[in-house]
Design a protein around this ligand. Structure first.
Ligand SMILES: Cc1ncc(COP(=O)(O)O)c(C=O)c1O
Length: 405
């Protein structure tokens, strides 16, 4: 039996788990704000719009009805899962049955459910990088092995199908990615996904997890899902949710559409961990999913305008390299040309050093690329008011101008 070094020893699993760096940066920013510092927080990937009125009304009606305050089925109310199936048919031309849908407490839980259901210790998971922060942490929690496939601003943050081919081994069990991508804003086209599918169809053991939470925040005019390739249909898991597209981050609703064998396993995991998500949120979600709300289109227009505003301002700063994002609400900016510069005797050698410098000097909170598997870049969120964007970039420009070789 293992003897404990200290009575308050935590599990190795938790000791090895890294704290979400997006949340860590936000915490640090909040600490500064509490001290009275005027910090502009561009670190959290969160719409700055209120939830659209019809959704709020649906929640209030559900509360008033007094019959939606009980436990719901673990996988979500049947009429919600039917509404999700209709959404897949309407928007993606994909057919699912309600049994294939599992509604969760945010897409974060859907990611955890699928990883815990499929990954055994030592199984390898391919993650195109940069990637969303929680993928690799949750894989670590399941004792899987993350195998990142790198991209950079020079490849428009896209990977080549040959890179996928080269990364596959007999232990590869999963590929997980987001398109539109957090943090790069990259959107994969039908042709690019077809090329991925061509490689993946040869490897039946690989479960493909496609995180489509930014589906509606896409400036290319058309969203494509890898789930539409027939040859992969029995092992693609599509994740989606309401946090971003409907400005509902606090409501906590995500969902997955999966082959039955995976859906059943995820229901089992969720049934032991949290049960279903909030009943009132589920009632409101039906209204959100059934209607094409004009508010979502308005938000998309606002994001596009803000993207152009921020990109235009960042372009004027020497040494920053970025791609104009095609979706989501982030500009992932390569700051490596500033590595080796210094301030107050401290050298800036990484994106993390740069983020802390910008927080201390410019009072702008941003998340360093290390959190997303890219130590050269920093993620700028443009889901913020125009004045905030202008003020933040202005402060950043001045702070960068003070760095010396
Ligand atoms: C790519 C991606 N997936 C999943 C999530 C989790 O979203 P939620 O748990 O709020 O549904 C986020 C949130 O930032 C995200 O960016």
């Amino acid at each position: 039996m293992k003897t404990l070094a200290h009575p308050q020893t935590l599990s190795d699993r938790i000791e090895n788990l890294t704290e979400s760096q997006t949340l860590a940066m936000s915490k640090k920013a909040r600490e500064l704000i509490a001290k009275g510092v005027d910090v502009i927080n561009l670190s959290l990937g969160e719409p700055n719009f209120p939830t659209p009125e019809p959704i709020v009304k649906a929640a209030m009606d559900a509360l008033q009805a007094r019959k939606y305050t009980y436990y719901t089925p673990v996988s979500g109310y049947l009429d919600l899962r039917e509404a999700i199936c209709e959404k897949f048919k309407r928007d993606n031309e994909l057919s699912f049955t309600p049994e294939q849908i599992i509604v969760s407490t945010g897409v974060k839980q859907s990611v955890a459910n699928v990883i815990l259901s499929v990954i055994n210790p030592g199984d390898e998971v391919l993650i195109p990088s940069p990637y969303w922060v929680s993928y690799n942490t949750l894989i670590q929690l399941a004792e899987g092995v993350c195998k990142t496939i790198p991209s950079s601003v020079d490849t428009h943050f896209k990977i080549d199908p040959q890179q996928i081919k080269d990364a596959i081994t007999p232990r590869t069990r999963m590929l997980i990615f987001s398109s539109p991508c957090n943090p790069s804003g990259t959107v994969l086209s039908e042709k690019e996904l077809a090329a991925w599918a061509e490689v993946l169809k040869e490897h039946e053991n690989i479960v493909i997890v496609s995180d489509e939470i930014y589906e509606y925040i896409n400036f290319t005019g058309k969203h494509h899902s890898i789930g539409s390739f027939q040859e992969l249909r029995d092992r693609v898991v599509i994740l989606n949710g309401l946090s971003k597209s409907y400005a509902m981050t606090g409501w906590r609703l995500g969902y997955m559409a999966a082959p039955l064998w995976i859906a059943k396993a995820c229901e089992k995991v969720q049934g032991q961990v949290t049960s279903a998500t909030c009943s009132i949120t589920q009632r409101a979600a039906i209204v959100a999913l059934k209607s094409k709300l004009s508010e979502t289109d308005d938000m998309l227009k606002a994001y596009l305008r803000r993207r152009d505003l921020m990109a235009g301002l960042l372009k004027k700063i020497p040494g920053l390299k970025f791609d104009i994002p095609q979706g989501a609400f982030y500009i992932f900016t390569d700051v490596s040309s500033y590595f080796g510069t210094h301030w107050n005797g401290k050298k800036i050698l990484s994106a993390e050093d740069m983020s802390f410098y910008l927080l201390e000097k410019a009072h702008v909170a941003l998340v360093p690329g290390e959190a997303f598997g890219d130590p050269n870049s920093i993620r700028f969120v443009y889901a913020a008011e125009d004045e905030k964007i202008c003020k933040a970039v202005d402060r950043i420009e001045k702070a960068l101008g003070e760095l010396r070789r």
